[in-house]
Design a protein around this ligand. Structure first.
Ligand code: EPU
Length: 338
């Protein structure tokens, strides 16, 4: 394993923040990961997957371990479904494309989400009516403390909206090394209820879509709203959509009857943070090299040389204004590395 010193992480985080790691190493196997976790010469260790859901606000005084373990294995092949074991370092979207090429259904709505497979369960990634948990069966992780391999069932992961065990009690305790998915081989269950998907399919006169059609629609929608991290640094949705109780919701909707919302359960309502931020006048605004995307206000962008601190300052400015104007607290979805 080649340990590098004073290593720039710019190419390793989709925000394109030019922060440095004291030390950096890439691991290509589970064994290498176990070995480096055991190494006492580096007491501070930081795990980096695809770098797609983090904002690095300062240099990292640690050994950054980049998990780059590759491979896709078919662990079960039944009449109507397959189960895949996908290693953590596989790129999420490339993996989705591979499943579509094989006509395995389930992941198509989550096409084009940036990042790697190993980090996807941490925040239970989701888009257009489908979440990772809908196809997830289990995952394996190395426990950092004793380097043992631990298996997690779906229940163990305690998935919620952009949330899991790995963001709570399990935070910083495990490194996910592989994820298993159960996907359909036939009679695919399409999720085309999301408004934008319906419209995209209709525009193309597709009345009986395949999983490939749904993926194409999702790719077209995402490309029209969300910036490509290769062209404009970003981490997807910077904030979670806030969920408020009926007590807060009723006065809010009375005052803003035009606001979009979704009822998530009895007495709980989700308000799109992008709408709140747009109403506050931030959409398309630029402050130096930090900005709010012009087509989706939920996405903060780096126009080139913004520091993590500058993006964070902008986030705080937005949080305060939304709180001030609507009385609603929005919280970051991305991992803030401080
Ligand atoms: N809206 C605005 N202004 C904006 C953005 C959105 O008014 O600038 C309004 C839209 O008009 C619409 C509503 O907000 O009425 C919802 O917008 P959209 O369908 O774009 O979805 P979202 O709630 O903003 C969430 C996810 C996205 C995911 C989309 C589609 C979160 C935090 N974000 O965004 O996830 O792609 O739904 O399912 O839940 C990500 O996590 O990185 C991500 C992009």
């Amino acid at each position: 394993m080649n340990i590098k010193k004073d290593f720039s992480l710019k190419a390793y985080n989709t925000f394109g923040i030019d922060a440095k790691a004291d030390f950096f190493v890439e691991v290509n196997t589970v064994k290498e990961l176990q070995e480096i976790l055991k190494n006492d010469a580096f007491p501070q260790k930081f795990i980096l997957g695809g770098g797609s859901n983090m904002l690095i606000t300062q240099n990292i005084s640690a050994l950054v371990i980049h998990v780059n373990i590759k491979g896709i294995d078919m662990v079960a092949d039944e009449n109507d479904h397959v189960e895949l074991k996908v290693m953590a370092g596989e790129n999420w979207h490339q993996m989705v494309l591979w499943t579509l090429k094989n006509d395995f259904g389930g992941l198509e709505n989550m096409s084009l989400i940036p990042g790697n497979v190993g980090t996807a369960p941490i925040q239970n990634i989701g888009a257009y009516g489908v979440e990772l948990k809908d196809c997830f069966t289990s995952c394996e992780a190395v426990r950092r403390e004793d380097q043992e391999i631990v298996s997690f069932s779906k229940e163990d992961c305690e998935f919620g909206y952009r949330d899991s065990f790995f963001k709570n009690e399990g935070k910083d305790k495990y490194v996910i090394t592989s994820v298993n998915f159960k996907l359909t081989k036939k009679d695919h269950k399409l999720n085309t209820g999301y408004g934008d998907i319906k419209t995209a399919l209709k525009e193309q006169n597709i009345s009986d879509p395949t999983i490939q059609d749904v993926s194409n629609a999702v790719i077209a929608i995402r490309n029209s709203k969300l910036p490509d991290p290769k062209e404009l640094g970003n981490s997807g949705s910077f904030f979670k959509n806030p969920i408020i109780t009926e007590n807060d919701f009723l006065p809010f909707i009375n005052k803003h009857p035009e606001a979009p919302y979704y009822k998530v359960s009895d007495g709980k309502y989700k308000i799109p943070a992008g709408w709140l931020i747009e109403q506050c006048g931030f959409k398309g605004k630029r402050f130096g090299d930090a900005g709010v995307h012009s087509k989706q206000a939920l996405v903060l962008v780096n126009y080139g040389n913004a520091t993590g601190k500058e993006i964070l300052d902008l986030a705080h400015k937005i949080i305060s204004k939304v709180k001030n104007d609507f009385g609603i607290t929005i919280i970051p979805e991305v991992n803030l590395i401080k």
